[in-house]
Design a protein around this ligand. Sequence first.
Ligand code: 5AD
Ligand code: SF4
Length: 468
Amino acid sequence: MKNIAITTDFSEQTVYTKRVRELVFNIYGYIPKACVNTFGCQQNVSDSERLKGMLSACGYEIVDHMDDADFIIFNTCAVREHAEMRVFGNIGMTKKIKAERPNAVVAVCGCMVQQEHIAQKLKRSYPYVDIVMGTHVFHRLPEFLYKRLSGSPRIFELSMDNNTIVEDIPVKRDGTFKGWLPIMYGCNNFCTYCIVPYVRGRERSREPEKIIAEFKEMVKNGCKDITLLGQNVNSYGKGCEHGINFAKLLRMLNDVEGDFVIRFMTSHPKDCTVELLDTIRDCKKVTRHLHLPFQSGSSKILKRMNRYYDREGYLQLIKNAKERLPDADLTSDIIVGFPGETYEDFKETLSLVKEVKFASLFTFIYSKRNGTPAAIMDDPITREEKGKWFDELLKAQEEVAKENINKYLGKTYRVLCDDFGSRDGFMTGHTNGTAVIEFKAEQNLLGQFVEVKVLGYENGLYGEIINN
Ligand code: 5AD
Ligand code: SF4
C-alpha cells in the first residue's frame, strides 16, 4: 500500500494567530489566560503541547487551572468508556464558569469528539461548549478561535482527511530535558476492540527530514530523553518512497550528536522485526525497553482480536528479544474479558505473564466501543466475573515483579535525574529501561545524567550516586 501522505505547513493559520492576538486584546483588555486539559495517551500529551504553542502564538498565557481561564480546552481520549465519563464530568464544570464569565470560550477536541454520537451529545446537551474540533483539524484552532470570538455560531468541525500531515505547528513543550516527538499518526491495524483507527484515521508517517530536524532542535535546546511517538511506531515508513523504516530511522537518530537517550512507543508485535531488535542492540542511545502489547495469551482470542500473531509467534518474538537484549525491560498491555473469552483462555494469559516475566504491565478490562467489530460480538461473562479474573492477573504480576527486582540489585545505571524524590534531598530517575530508582542527590542535578548503583528495594528501588 502506498503512503500518500501530503505534507503541508501552518502558514494559513499564522494569519489567524495575528488576528486573534488583536481581537483578544480588544475583548479582554488584558493578556487572556488559556487552560489545556489533557486526557489519555502520550500522543494527546504531545498534541496538547502543540495546542499550547498555538495558544501562546495567539497571545494567551498558559495556566494550569481553569477557574480563571478565558479559554478552556479538553483534549480527550476514546479508548475506554471510563475516560469518556471523566471528560463529560469535567466539561460540566465549565457551565458555571461560562455563567459567571460569558466571554470565556470552551472547546473540546481529541479522539472522543471524532465519534458522531459524542459530537451530537455535545451539540444537544452542552450548549456552553463553543468549539468542537476533531483530530484531523486541531491545527486550525487559531481560525476557529478567531471565528467564534468574532461572533460566529458554535463551531463543530470534524472532517477527516486521511492523507495530510501538517508541519511547523508552534509547540510549547511541558518540560525541557524530557520530550515527545511524534513520528507517525493513525493506525491501519483495526484490532476488533479498538476505536483508534476510526478516530485517528489511516497510518501516515512524517518525512524523515522533518523528524530529524525537530529531534536536533530538541537536543540543541537541552532535551536529554526523547520519546518517539506513534500509534504503531514500528510500522513507520511503510509504503513511503524514501524507504526508511523504523529501524533505519532509529539508527539515524542515534547518530545525532549529543548526550541523550531515545525511547519509543507504542509497538505492535507483528512489526517488531529482528532487524529492529538488532538495531536497538547496536544503538547505544536507545534505551533497553520493549513495550510489546500482547493483549491475550490465547491464540483463539488473538484471532478474534485481529492481532496478526498467535501465542507461539509472540513467545518466539520474546525469545528473539531476550537473546539480543538480555538486559531489556519488557512491558505489555493486556485486555481481560474480551467478548467470547473463557476462563480457560484467560488462564493462557496468566501463564504467558508468568513465563515472560514482564517488568510491568498495563492491564484493562474490556470496554465496549461503539462501531468496532467486537461491540457486536457475544459477551456472556459478567463484569463481576471479569473483575475477579483481573484481580487474579494483578496478583500474578505482583509475584513476577518481586522476582524481577533481583535483576536490578547491585547494578549501576546511567540515570537522568528526572524528578524530585519522595523525601527532601532525594531525586528519581530511570534505569536503562523502565524501572524508577530513588537516590540522594543535590537538587540542582535535575536534568543531568549521573551514575547510580542500585542498593535495594523498599516500596521501590533505591540507590546511590557513584563517581559523580
Ligand atoms: N477495552 C479495553 N482496553 C482497550 N485498549 C484498547 N481498546 C480497548 C478496549 N476497547 C487497551 C489495549 C491497548 C491500550 C492502549 O488500551 O490494551 O494496547
Ligand atoms: Fe488500537 Fe491496535 Fe492500533 Fe493499538 S495497534 S491503537 S490496539 S488498533
